[in-house]
Write a protein that binds this ligand. Structure first.
Ligand code: ZN
Length: 202
């Protein structure tokens, strides 16, 4: 049997580490990139390089932007005492569309036993530090309305409530199991508008 070239194997391995890309898809993508004109294939590499060089994670909220602190954290017209906690930096744009004017905190995922993600694998400690240091008024837990998102919100509420800060959760209008990146703007507006306070012991 003819062995595949080592560099093809490496390309497949890199592609296979991307979220949602299985071994078969990684193989298909690798061979696609080797078949298209060299310029086209290298455009992808260049785009990755350029995005990585110009975008960084904000050291306060962990959102992605061209500067640190990010445009939201650096904006003096925003309410610095309100923090919306989200799982993924992509969700910032969704909440910006609703007219939300507070700050964000990007967890970088959710607590998941299945995926082996513990609280310390996320930016939870930085969030707790931020809440303690900045005398925050309200923390709204906007994790996704599915099992792991709810579990993450519950864990966070247990840590934040003893600090003496109001903790809220998005309204129940969000379809259960849906993803914040997919729901419509009006549903998200209602979810923020109708957010409900969480109390200890629930
Ligand atoms: Zn920021």
């Amino acid at each position: 049997m003819v062995q595949r070239h080592r560099s093809i194997e490496q390309l497949m391995a890199s592609l296979g580490r991307l979220p949602g890309i299985g071994q078969k898809t990684a193989e298909r993508l690798a061979y696609h990139l080797l078949r298209v004109p060299q310029d086209e294939a290298l455009q992808l590499a260049k785009a990755i390089e350029a995005a990585r060089a110009s975008v960084c994670a904000c050291s306060q909220c962990f959102s992605l932007d061209a500067m640190d602190p990010c445009a939201v954290c650096a904006d003096p017209t925003r309410d610095p005492l309100m923090i919306l906690v989200i799982e993924d930096p992509r969700e910032v744009a969704r909440f910006e569309d609703t007219g939300y004017r507070g700050l964000y905190h990007v967890l970088g995922g959710r607590i998941s036993e299945l995926e082996g993600t513990a609280p310390d694998d996320l930016t939870t400690q930085a969030l707790l530090l931020r809440i303690r240091k900045q005398s925050v008024r309200e923390v709204c837990l906007a994790t996704n309305p599915d099992l792991e998102g709810e579990g993450t919100a519950q864990w966070l509420a247990e840590q934040i409530l003893p600090i003496g800060v109001t903790v809220t959760r998005l309204a129940r209008g969000l379809p259960a199991g849906s993803s914040i990146t997919q729901v419509s703007k009006s549903i998200l507006c209602d979810a923020i508008e109708g957010r409900r306070p969480l109390t200890p012991g629930r």
